[in-house]
Write a protein that binds this ligand. Sequence first.
Ligand code: NAP
Length: 268
Amino acid sequence: MITGKTRLNAVIGFPIGHSKSPALHNALYQKLGIDAVMLAFAHNNLKNLISAIKTLNIGLAAVTMPFKQSVMPFLDKIDKTAKKINSVNTIINKNGKLFGYNTDIDGIARALKGVVIRNKIVLVLGAGGAARAIAYYIKMKKGKLAYINRTKTKASILQKDFGGRIASLKALQSAQIIINATPIGMHPKVKASPLSKKFLRKTQVVFDLVYNPAPTQLLKDAKTAGAKTVSGTEMFAGQALRQIELFTNKKLSNPRLTALAVNLLIKT
Ligand code: NAP
């Protein structure tokens, strides 16, 4: 029930209609008994959005495209992982001071829990913000990074910042873990896949960051090939749970909660 004490949270971006954050957050707040509500604010002037966060005392603001980098100069303090990734997807308002975090990295860690990365050849498709978080995580776990991106210069920036190499056809064939960090396969172009079936094998792990639809064409093909598949829903649920941890200052590391969040997400 919404009362005079209910906290207002937000997801900010432009456009924002596609965001699943309000549906997932509000369902989780209800399940966890958190007195808060999340609404989506579509607005293209970031300065106005920041001033709204302060004026309306918004407790948590999830940040989505196109503001994940441009929001950084507006914040009072930025967590060191978010600085290294150069991307903020979460703002926590503590008494008018704005703190920036990157919880995509926590979502990646939850999604890839149990997957051995050390010394594995990890092929990353894409070189945008999400690929940067992936590259940071894989480097931390000592995987061997290989990048493919439509715009080669952007893949070179990842290589410079996180090591690894630009993938050749050989790297494509020898990839042990494949991670799609492009929007290819996302609703409405659900039949599209970023990688031909001929590169998929049963010894691989295939992780698709795209979470709408779930599963994507890439994950369907990977499953048919016998590979282990990891869905973007796991990452999305994981990053949202970490946002709620930062907001409530309480640990939510129960794996059953991740499963519940994934289910809520698939239903929305
Ligand atoms: P972004 O910064 O816009 O980067 C997108 C990347 O994909 C760029 O490298 C771009 O290549 C490439 N790309 C886009 N369209 C392409 C096409 N038609 N063919 C080939 N390459 C293409 O986006 P992002 O924030 O990194 O997000 C990437 C995907 O991850 C999105 O689908 C997003 O929904 C998903 N994501 C999921 C989660 C989750 O929690 N599951 C979290 C974050 C993001 P260029 O460099 O050539 O432009």
